[in-house]
Ligand binder design. Structure first.
Ligand code: XMP
Length: 319
């Protein structure tokens, strides 16, 4: 696409002009926006960029490894993988209120990010994948305004607190343009087309108390569900799809025995911007096949339900 090619050249020129020979830190979430920003900035200033990927232990199956492999091994971008899952999961122990979960994760995220960023010598800039809609603040969700480290984690003032100047090369773009730019920069289509994933991650897909056991079960069930959706060629028709593990055990039968395991809910919605959403009308065959696969393949789940709530009155996430 010639327009994106031109945009890319111009953006690179501007980044070089703004940053000079100084160091830049970029918080990488694994999402499309911060990824495109990171790759673009790396193309402009190379190893003057260091990415910090905060792993809160609330990511999907294999997600952390995929991010590390792509950015460190494939793109050769200096990347700090801050594996702080023990810290986050420890502090979240016993926390069941959704807003308390968000606050706890947001606060720790800032602490951790600051700690790792502080180790990067001479950093003067913080890069963020802020988009035009974030600038005009058109997107909002149950936890506050969207995207960028500060709002992704519902906390503000980070760059000011750290005394860093902002680099925001995507500020003029809409989501579909960011995807086009990502494509232009060689990011894989499967990555560019990924469903949005919330900053607090699986914490808000595990209503009630979060335990490692529940997270492990949830990750496996979610992976089977997404695999089903991909196999049926439905992934790109859906805005977001995920599993929530419910805080309830139910009785089931398996072979000669009785089981007493967790119930889960499948969620899939279509949407334009996340502000309103319709539940996705899967066929009964798809739902039945998916339920069977999850129960057979995921130890710890013996009941699968499908959430048919649209937004409003429901939200997309369960918390
Ligand atoms: P809801 O559940 O409010 O979600 O209908 C709308 C969109 O926002 C995402 N979401 C979040 N994203 N931090 C985020 O970065 C959050 O705390 C958060 N809560 C919801 C949700 O995944 C959906 O895309």
């Amino acid at each position: 696409d010639w327009t994106m090619g031109a945009y890319r050249e111009e953006a690179i020129r501007k980044i070089r002009e703004q940053v000079g020979d100084k160091q830049v830190i970029c918080g990488l979430s694994g999402g499309v926006d911060s990824s495109v920003a990171a790759v673009l900035i790396h193309e402009a200033i190379g190893d003057q960029l260091t990415c910090v990927f905060v792993d809160h232990g609330l990511l999907r199956l294999n997600e952390a490894q995929e991010v590390v492999t792509m950015f460190r091994d494939h793109y050769n971008i200096p990347l700090i993988h801050a594996d702080e899952s023990d810290l986050f999961l420890g502090e979240l122990e016993g926390v069941s209120d959704p807003e308390q979960k968000r606050k706890t994760i947001g606060r720790l995220f800032i602490d951790v990010f600051q700690k790792y960023a502080g180790e990067i010598e001479g950093a003067e800039f913080l890069a963020q994948g802020t988009l035009y809609p974030d600038v005009i603040e058109s997107v909002s969700f149950s936890g506050g305004p969207s995207v960028t480290i500060k709002s992704h984690h519902n906390v503000g003032g980070l760059p000011e607190k750290m005394g860093l100047k902002l680099v925001e090369p995507l500020r003029e773009l809409f989501k579909d343009e960011v995807r086009a730019l990502g494509h232009e920069l060689g990011l894989p289509a499967s990555f560019i087309g990924r469903h949005p994933f919330p900053g607090p991650g699986l914490a808000i897909r595990c209503p009630g108390e979060i335990t490692r056991e529940k997270l492990d079960i949830l990750r496996k069930a979610d992976a089977v569900y997404i695999d089903q959706i991909r196999r049926h060629g439905l992934y790109d028709e859906i805005w977001q799809a995920f599993v929530a593990i419910l805080p309830v055990r139910t009785v089931g039968v398996m072979g000669d025995g009785r089981t007493y395991d967790y119930a889960c809910a499948l969620r899939a919605v279509t949407s334009v911007d996340g502000m309103t959403a319709d539940y996705y009308p899967f066929s009964h065959d798809f739902l039945g096949e998916t339920a069977t696969r999850i129960i057979n393949e995921v130890k710890g789940i013996n009941r699968v339900t499908y959430d048919v709530t649209s937004k409003p009155p429901g939200t997309i996430e369960w918390e």
